[in-house]
Design a protein around this ligand. Sequence first.
Ligand code: HEM
Ligand SMILES: *[C@@H]1O[C@H](CO)[C@@H](O)[C@H](O)[C@H]1NC(C)=O
Ligand SMILES: *[C@@H]1O[C@H](CO)[C@@H](O)[C@H](O)[C@H]1NC(C)=O
Ligand SMILES: *[C@@H]1O[C@H](CO)[C@@H](O)[C@H](O)[C@H]1NC(C)=O
Ligand SMILES: CC(=O)N[C@H]1CO[C@H](CO)[C@@H](O)[C@@H]1O
Length: 326
Amino acid sequence: MGAGIRLLAALLVLASAGTPRCAAQLRQNYYDAVCPGVESIVRDAVAKKVNDTPVAVGATVRLFFHDCFVQGCDASVIVVSSGNNTAEKDHSANLSLAGDGFDTVIKAKAAVDAVPQCTNQVSCADILTMATRDVIALAGGPAYAVELGRLDGLSSLASNVDGNLPPPSFDLDQLNAMFTANNLSQTDMIALSAAHTVGFAHCGTFAGRIQTASQDPTMDSGYASQLQAACPADVDPNVALSIDPVTPKVFDNQYFVNLQKGMGLFTSDQVLYSDTRSRPTVDAWAANSSDFQAAFVAAMTNLGRVGVKTDPSLGNIRRDCAVFNS
Ligand code: HEM
Ligand SMILES: *[C@@H]1O[C@H](CO)[C@@H](O)[C@H](O)[C@H]1NC(C)=O
Ligand SMILES: *[C@@H]1O[C@H](CO)[C@@H](O)[C@H](O)[C@H]1NC(C)=O
Ligand SMILES: *[C@@H]1O[C@H](CO)[C@@H](O)[C@H](O)[C@H]1NC(C)=O
Ligand SMILES: CC(=O)N[C@H]1CO[C@H](CO)[C@@H](O)[C@@H]1O
């Protein structure tokens, strides 16, 4: 009995040590009092959007990642540039953020605000968090509970994007450095990279790996030929291919199986298998989908805590997700 209590106490200490700080004020069911139906309202709006426009799945997940890595998960990525302010979304690194991710949030926000009790009660940052969870489940990924209570940021600057988003050329050390700066472990980073199990990439993002003169030896040669055929040197820069060539629409652990076969699209994907420090995790999750899903849910929860603002002096609830309240 005594030993049991000591063990429990030790586990609690461990659990709190492993919890990123500043997460204290985020919690599940945050809107139960002010807008009890919010999660189903968002889910229904997102389901309709994805049904009409399936590319919204990848677009929304990537939007959440870019939001959280630049100035925290505060919907600053959604704000449009105005007058003298050039917003995050107009940085060149955002050039390829697909419009359907933004539209998913705008539509879900409109659905929430259409319920009188809920009007202007739910932050855009939380709507993006819920919408991301919902598109993942709709694509066959894990369903999970989200923590809520983020406020929307009060600034959005293109200059804040510099150096805060990973380019596809990154190696393991570079990826780890950038994720560590966001309180995310290597395990989180590998799990989150599996978001590349859905969505599209423009030819230019991997062109350097497939040119015959400089072909990346870690890429399967058959896959390289396939990519060369779809993305010849004179290709229209708007052409985009599925990042997961095997199950492009399903949110599954095929991403890791692809890496084992040299079929990772970006250097930053394939390096997770090439580098022996991360390969065991790739192998484990290629073999065991439920272990991958559990790690992915934990990593998404950690990602959702990055740079979160809960103090009303640091954020608010935007009436229009794309425009600061006046
Ligand atoms: C680990 C470092 C990462 C790098 C270097 C990276 C890089 C990229 C690049 C270059 C694209 C293609 C963009 C385009 O051409 O349109 C892309 C797409 C995408 N990324 Fe990542 N990414 C990383 C991590 C993540 C994370 C953590 C997530 C989410 C949890 C994510 C989700 C996505 C999704 C869903 C797409 C497809 C977007 C769409 O279909 O519109 N990525 N990523
Ligand atoms: C932007 O311009 C407005 C007036 O047009 C001004 O009030 C504001 O201070 C300016 N902001 C910055 C950051 O320069
Ligand atoms: C996956 O790993 C879990 C333990 O984390 C185990 O219970 C389960 O049987 C494994 N599934 C497969 C398919 O190997
Ligand atoms: C990471 O955690 C530290 C506390 O250890 C916190 O001060 C910091 O704001 C967090 N960083 C991000 C980007 O969330
Ligand atoms: C989706 C989006 O807003 N893309 C913008 C990204 O940044 C470039 C400029 O660097 C803009 O032209 C795009 O409109």
